[in-house]
Design a protein around this ligand. Structure first.
Ligand SMILES: Nc1ncnc2c1ncn2[C@@H]1O[C@H](COP(=O)(O)OP(=O)(O)OP(=O)(O)O)[C@@H](O)[C@H]1O
Length: 694
């Protein structure tokens, strides 16, 4: 079908006009420009399939002949509207620029800063934002401590369901709702009756990454908050509010941070440290330690963190630092006490491993510089870091302990067992050269590098440094000299008293253990109450008792940097009160005659055919659980248990491991302890690693 036929069929009027025009030579009176169809006719053959030409013809005829409008006029009108629109837009953006410059305030937040996290979390909780039409969905990863109450209920329901013996968490990931935050672009919201603008934008930065050695683009986000008025105060209040809201969930939690991956550390600020976990605060009373020793550490840290302490130190020209060395056998509570201290004072813990292969001396200094004003820095197993003195002749080129190259003090014993360099073979020489060129090993952290980071000019003052070691005798004297280590705390294997306390703690009902009065919710900024420095010393430790404690408990207080001892150790005394009320509760001798278990009770694991799950613990039907004990009976069993533990032989961690396997059945623990003690003693004597009785 050609175009003529098409037009004729579709628009009879047009055809009539066309016919007339060809007969009288005038078509202008019918709305078509004179001769337009004639001039188009030669083209029609070629362009009859061109939809644009068809459209033009159809529109022209409609506008011209149907509505009697001049198409040229119409085109001019459209052009005018477009130009006006452009002009309005430009005027609007100029007006907006003026308002933004003179009538609004802005605050910019970079994604490299913690405030960005606070703001994003707050925005995600705002109904106006969640219902916005432009959102970004994020997966919220939950830690083991953030389990939903719903999930806990599910576990309880499954546990009570006798048909299923084991918990099932399938599809839990699918049930976790994503978090929605404003998408990139412009948004607005109201806060406390004020209107705020939010611009979330992203830019790509060209970065050379250490990890791959290849330059690449990294995305960096920025949010700009705007409010009307010439003062940014409303935005500051909003940010403060977002920050407070963020930390509400962090109450009674300890945040643990480690150095970020090497590539991330280059971004500086909050990217230097990476949050690895947020755990519930470890209550101080769960660390089984001599009460006086505990109180002394608590009051010492309390004094150090007192707001008046910096002035006191400054007036006397003493650097504001406090170092602690926790030493003792493995599993005796060194790390646990560090975490409990962080919990009591509401501080974050920054854990550094000197064995981290990506850590250089420069990194270490940068890490210490970016520490917050108050925090706990934990340097674990400082002895195994293989630090050396650069001045040592043979040790100067080796900073890290290797399996075949160094002894515990970090001194080199010779490569491959050779003591003198004359004995070296060609292969030894090649290995040594390779080592020196640094091609196969990273540059180690030397002792001076560590000391520089700890107390060099650039180091951050005000932090609580805790170093832990199993072998204090191998440490360099420079590292533990007063001023770097101000208090040494010795940890020992469990005494019988500690064994009893551990036993009680394991089987006490949860309601006794969650005592908000002691280590209860505490915001990170909220320190235990402090007494002003000007008051007389209310400390329970007289200088003489202090010395006594030091000698009897293996605690050596260094006198050099002692701050004024007139700060009330209120946290310490309150903890002491709670703990002593526990320890004073001396149980009466045990009478087991009326009970089902005797000391000859079977040591076999529970028979699975008769077992059920009780709050996660598998319990046999024949066993007596904690709930079935008479009041006061637990204390008696604990004493009987402690009497069977040889003092100072087993670490609290070993005892805890034994009890954990019988966490619902104290009688069974008592019945099986003899066999376990014997087996463990034998294992230690034979120096084997395989446990006969667990
Ligand atoms: N004194 C203690 N009181 C309560 N629990 C303890 C004590 N000592 C050890 N534990 C328990 O033993 C486990 C290991 O303890 P922790 O990590 O504190 O020991 P550590 O002395 O730091 O060991 P390592 O020297 O091997 O690092 C923890 O689960 C902790 O609860």
């Amino acid at each position: 079908m050609d175009l003529h036929n098409l037009i004729r069929g579709a628009l009879p009027t047009l055809v009539t006009n066309t016919t007339n025009s060809s007969s009288n030579g005038s078509s202008a009176e019918h709305g078509l420009p004179h001769g337009i169809l004639e001039s188009l006719t030669p083209l029609l053959g070629a362009a009859q399939f061109n939809p644009l030409v068809k459209l033009f013809v159809v529109l022209n005829s409609i506008v011209g002949s149907r509505f009697g409008l001049d198409p040229a006029l119409l085109l001019s009108a459209i052009g005018l509207i477009w130009a006006l629109n452009k002009l309005c837009r430009q005027l609007y953006s100029a007006f907006q620029g003026l308002v933004s410059k003179y009538l609004t305030a802005h605050i910019q937040i970079s994604s490299t800063d913690d405030i960005y996290l606070h703001m994003m979390k707050w925005l995600a909780s705002q109904p106006s934002m969640v219902n916005s039409r432009s959102l970004t969905a994020e997966t919220v990863s939950k830690g083991a401590w953030d389990e939903d109450e719903e999930l806990e209920l599910l576990a309880k329901r499954q546990a009570s369901d006798t048909s299923s013996s084991y918990l099932n968490f399938s599809n839990q990931e699918a049930k976790a709702a994503p978090r929605f935050t404003p998408a990139l672009g412009m948004h607005n919201f109201w806060f406390r009756g004020r209107y705020f603008g939010l611009h979330r934008k992203q830019e790509s930065l060209f970065e050379e990454t250490y990890a791959s050695g290849m330059p690449s683009f990294k995305d960096k986000e920025t949010i700009i908050l705007t409010c009307f008025g010439r003062s940014p105060d409303p935005i500051k209040q909003l940010l403060q509010h977002a920050k407070e809201q963020y930390y509400i969930g962090h109450q009674a939690k300890t945040t643990i941070k480690r150095p970020a991956a090497q590539a991330m550390r280059r971004y500086g600020n909050r990217h230097t440290w990476q949050q690895v976990a947020v755990r519930p605060v470890r209550p101080m009373r769960t660390v089984v330690l001599d009460e006086q020793q505990k109180n002394m550490i608590l009051s010492d840290v309390n004094e150090y963190l007192h707001p008046a302490t910096p002035r006191w130190y400054a007036n006397r020209g003493i650097p504001l630092r406090r170092g602690y060395l926790f030493h003792g056998p493995p599993g005796t509570g060194k790390t646990s006490l560090s975490f409990a201290l962080a919990g009591v004072f509401g501080l974050d813990i920054y854990v550094i491993s000197l064995l981290d292969p990506s850590l250089t001396e420069e990194d270490l200094s940068a890490l210490f510089i970016t520490l917050p004003r108050r925090c706990v820095v934990l340097l674990e197993d400082i002895d195994s870091a293989g630090l050396t003195r650069p001045s040592g002749s043979d040790a100067s080129d080796v900073g890290r302990k290797t399996a075949n190259g160094q002894d515990g003090t970090g001194k080199e014993t010779g490569t491959a067992g050779h003591t003198s360099k004359e004995d070296w073979k060609v292969s030894d020489l090649a290995r040594e050269l390779k080592k020196q060129s640094g091609s196969d090993e990273k540059k180690a952290i030397s002792l001076s590098g560590l000391l520089n980071a700890i107390d060099g000019v650039a180091s951050h003052e005000g932090r609580v440094l805790i170093m832990t070691t199993n072998r204090p005798e191998t440490l360099d004297e420079a590292l533990i000299r007063p001023g770097r280590v101000d208090l040494q705390v010795a940890f020992t294997n469990a005494t019988q008293d500690q064994a009893r306390e551990l036993f009680m703690r394991m089987y006490e009902p949860d309601s006794n253990l969650t005592d908000p009065g002691e280590d209860g919710p505490r915001s990170p900024c909220q320190l235990p109450p402090l007494t002003p420095f000007s008051e007389p010393p209310p400390t329970p430790f007289s200088p003489s008792s202090f010395t006594d404690i030091s000698s009897s408990m293996g605690v050596e207080a260094e006198a050099e940097n002692e701050p004024p001892s007139n700060t009330a150790p209120s946290a310490a005394s309150s903890l002491a009160a709670v703990a002593s009320s526990n320890s004073n509760n001396k149980p009466a001798p045990l009478n087991l005659n009326s009970h089902s278990h005797s000391s000859t009770a079977k040591l076999d694991p529970p028979n699975s055919s008769t077992s059920s799950i009780d709050n996660g613990a598998i319990v046999t039907s024949s066993e007596e659980t904690i709930d079935q004990l008479q009041p006061g009976e637990l204390a008696r069993i604990a004493s009987a248990f402690a009497a069977k533990i040889p003092s100072g032989q087993f670490s609290p961690a070993e005892l805890q491991g034994f009890l954990l396997k019988r966490k619902k059945t104290p009688r069974r623990a008592l019945a099986e302890v003899d066999a376990w003690v014997e087996a463990l003693q034998q294992q230690k004597a034979n120096k084997t690693k395989v446990l006969q009785v667990q």
